[in-house]
Design a binder for this molecule. Sequence first.
Ligand code: CP3
Length: 341
Amino acid sequence: MNLKNDLLLRAARGEKTERTPVWMMRQAGRILPEYRAVRAKAGSFITLATTPEMAAEVTLQPVDLLGVDAAIIFSDILVIPEAMGLPYEMAEQRGPIFPSTVNTTAQLDKLHIAEPESDLKYVLDAIKLTKLGLDGRVPLIGFAGAPFTIFCYMTEGKGSKTFSVAKKHLYADPEFSHLLLQKITDSTIAYLKAQVAAGADMLQIFDSWAGILSPDQYRTFSLPYIKQICDAITEVPLTVFAKGAFFARAEIGALNCSVVGLDWNMDITESRQLIPNKTLQGNLDPCVLYASFEQIRREVKKMVDLFGTQRYIANLGHGVYPDMQPDKVRCFIEAVKEFSS
Ligand code: CP3
C-alpha cells in the first residue's frame, strides 16, 4: 500500500524530505491517559502486549493524539527470551523480572531458537491489525533488542545498574557468552524478518545497555551480532540505537544499516563527522520536556540547526518518561515540524 506520509522512510534512505520526520521512542505508552485506560482494561502489561487488538489500539494512539510521523508497534524487547523458552513477568512500577535465568550451559541448551510464526504470532497479528488501522497514514516501525541487551536480561534476570552478572560471563566464560548471543541473534533475525512480512515498514535495534561495555568488549560481544542482523535484513531500512556507545559511533556507522540513533550525550557535529554517510536519529535529552514551552522550542531549534533538516529523523535521545505532560510532548513534535520546514 502507498503511504500518505513516507517522510520517515525517505529520510532513512537518504532521500530529500520537505521537512524532518519526528517520532519518539516509548511513544506508545504511559504518557497518554488514553493508554492508561486501555492498560487498566487489560489488567497487566503482558495481557496488553499479547492481545493483538489492544496492542494495535495503543500503537495507533500517538499517531492520532500526538501527530508523530511514525507508529512503533506496542510490544517489548523481552518477548524474544520468552519465545526462546524463558518467560518474564512485569512487576508493577518495578520493571521486568525473569523467574528463571540462563547462567549454565545446561540452561542454555534448553532454549530453542524462536519460531516467530508460532512463538510470536501475537506480535505479528498486532502488526497486521495496526497496518489496517493506520491505513497508510504513517509507516510502522518494528523492533527488537540487540543481542547483548537481551543477554543482559536473560543472565541477570532483572534490571541492574551494573549488569555485573552478565558482564561476569563475558570475562569468565566467553564461550558460553558467544553461544547464548548467537542463539539470541538467530531468534532475532527470524523475528525481524517475520515483522517485515507482517507489515513493518522499518526496523529498529535497541542496544539499551551498550554503554556498560568497554570499547573492546563492545567490539567482541555486541557489534558482531548487530552486524549479523544488519547483513540479514535487506528488506526495509534499519536503525541501530546503541545507548551510551559514543565510543563505537564510527563502527556502528560502518554497518549495513540505514540510520544510526544517537543519545543526548553524543555531540551532534562530532557524530555527523564520525558517521558522514548515514541518516542520524535523535537526540534531545528527554528531560528537556520538563522545561517550559518556550525552552523546549529553543532546544529543538538548536538541535535541528545542528543536525540540518536532511538525512535526519528527529527523536529524543532515549524513551519519553511516563510522567511527562502530553502538551509538552506535542510542543516538541510541533517545534520539529516548524523549525525543519
Ligand atoms: O516505543 C514504544 O512506544 C513501543 C513499546 C516499547 C515498550 N518497551 C513498551 C513498554 C518498546 C520499544 C520497548 C523497548 C524496551 N523494553 C527496551 C529498549 C528501549 C529502552 O528504553 O532502552 C527495554 C530496555 C525494555 C525492557 C523494559 N520493559 C523495561 C526495563 C521496562 C520497565 C521500565 C519501564 O520503562 O517501564 C519495561 C516495561 C514496559 N515496556 C512498559 C511499556 C509501555 C511499561 C509497563 C507498563 O505499562 O506497566
